[in-house]
Design a protein around this ligand. Structure first.
Ligand code: GLA
Length: 392
């Protein structure tokens, strides 16, 4: 009898469960590594195993990077039952083997598909196979799915991605759903209940102009981000070689100010000390991973010179001074004023003053010695200064 009651209640639960996204995932922006920016279609089992090892040995795992994601080109066709077929030459042991290895390192495993009929590299897409693929991914032990938007013809974006959300839910394994429709259908307006992150723009490339243009497009999106639902300005280019160290520091700082997903996209097995120290700056990463989950807003916009502010838990905040220009700038910064912005009203907390904080430079890893409430700060071209107002 007891067994019967259990069976009935289990079936009732399974049949009656409303499809939804796994809401307990991505409470802070997902962090990890993705193959696309550096390797494109040149992915293989050896490479992914090597990256999982390097994620651990480089210290990136300790800094919070968790997901190892294979982007496009791991799949070649579908078999007579419609099952997705893995490229056997590149991945001789299949995907479950990789997932198990990645898990054995204390990391999580991610994969790529596309809502259209074909991926952007013309491999089989998920269209019409969503439930079948979701079951396959669950069987393999996938933890993260990036779903692209190529070859989607007249498909409706919201219903296509909702279909994959429901398929993942039905497959029963919690999988982060990363929407990659490039902001084409304003996903920030509808994707909060569909996925955990959504691309807001076209693809990033490893150049200052690409990075800073994408950053500028995030300006009005702050209100859509929060725990479990993030704007995604695309993956990191830090370490890929076509920006200067200063520009990579700026790129990384801005992404952390935006509470952006932090997907490293460089060759972790051949990483310079400077690039590694950018990707593992824990004080900057702490801004990104702050549990309040607020995206920074632009407080002052003087064109080439901007001030961005990100509210943090416990009435703390991060302030980022950005010099977008090709020339050095010397700016008079009023720390007393900065200490007061943002607090109060929304958080319901009392207004704090400069005396209540120490101000820490998160790239110099030093507290500022403020003789006056205002101070001249020098910003070299394409650079940032990032300060954290830490409560005393
Ligand atoms: C699109 C995506 C990229 C990458 C490629 C793979 O361009 O936006 O991030 O996944 O497809 O083909």
């Amino acid at each position: 009898m007891k067994k019967l009651v259990l069976l009935i209640s289990v079936s009732f639960f399974c049949l009656g469960a409303t499809p939804q996204k796994y809401s307990q995932l991505a409470k802070t922006p997902p962090m990890g590594w993705n193959s696309w920016n550096k390797f494109g279609c040149n992915v293989s089992e050896t490479r992914i195993l090597g990256m999982a090892d390097a994620l651990v040995s480089s210290g990136l795992k300790d800094a919070g990077y968790e997901y190892v994601v294979i982007d496009d080109c791991w799949q070649v066709s579908r078999d007579e039952n419609g099952e997705i077929v893995v490229d056997k030459e590149r991945f001789p042991h299949g995907m479950k083997y990789l997932a198990d290895y990645v898990h054995s390192k204390g990391l999580k495993f991610g994969i790529y598909s596309c809502a259209g009929t074909l991926t952007c590299q013309r491999r089989p897409g998920a269209f019409g196979h969503e439930y079948q693929d979701a079951r396959t991914y669950a069987r393999w032990g996938v933890d993260y799915l990036k779903e692209d938007w190529c070859n989607s013809s007249t498909q409706d974006a919201k219903s296509s991605y909702t279909n994959m959300r429901d398929a993942l839910f039905a497959a029963g394994r919690p999988i982060v759903l990363s929407l990659c429709e490039w902001g084409a259908n304003k996903p920030w307006e509808w994707a909060g209940t569909v996925g955990h992150l959504w691309r807001t723009t076209g693809d990033i490339s490893d150049s200052w102009n690409s990075m800073i243009n994408i950053f500028s497009l995030q300006k009005d999106l702050a209100r859509y981000a929060g725990p479990g639902h993030w704007n995604d300005p695309d993956m990191l280019e830090v370490g890929n070689g076509r920006m200067t160290i200063e520009e990579y520091k700026t790129h990384f700082s801005l992404w952390c100010m935006l509470a952006a997903p932090l997907m490293a996209g460089n060759d972790l097995q051949n990483m310079s000390v400077e690039h590694k120290s950018i990707l593992t700056n824990k004080e900057i990463i702490a801004l990104d991973q702050d549990s309040l989950g607020r995206q920074a807003t632009c407080y002052r916009d003087n064109g080439d010179y901007q001030i961005w502010v990100k509210q943090l838990v416990g009435n703390e905040k991060a302030v980022c001074l950005l010099n977008k220009s090709d020339e050095k700038k010397t700016v008079l910064v009023d720390f007393a004023l900065l200490s007061q912005i943002g607090a109060g009203r929304r958080s319901g907390s009392t207004q704090l003053k400069l005396e209540d904080y120490r101000v820490r430079d998160l790239w110099d890893h030093k507290d500022l010695t403020l003789k006056e409430p205002s101070m001249y700060i020098e910003l070299i071209p394409h650079s940032v200064k990032v300060f954290r107002f830490i409560k005393k």
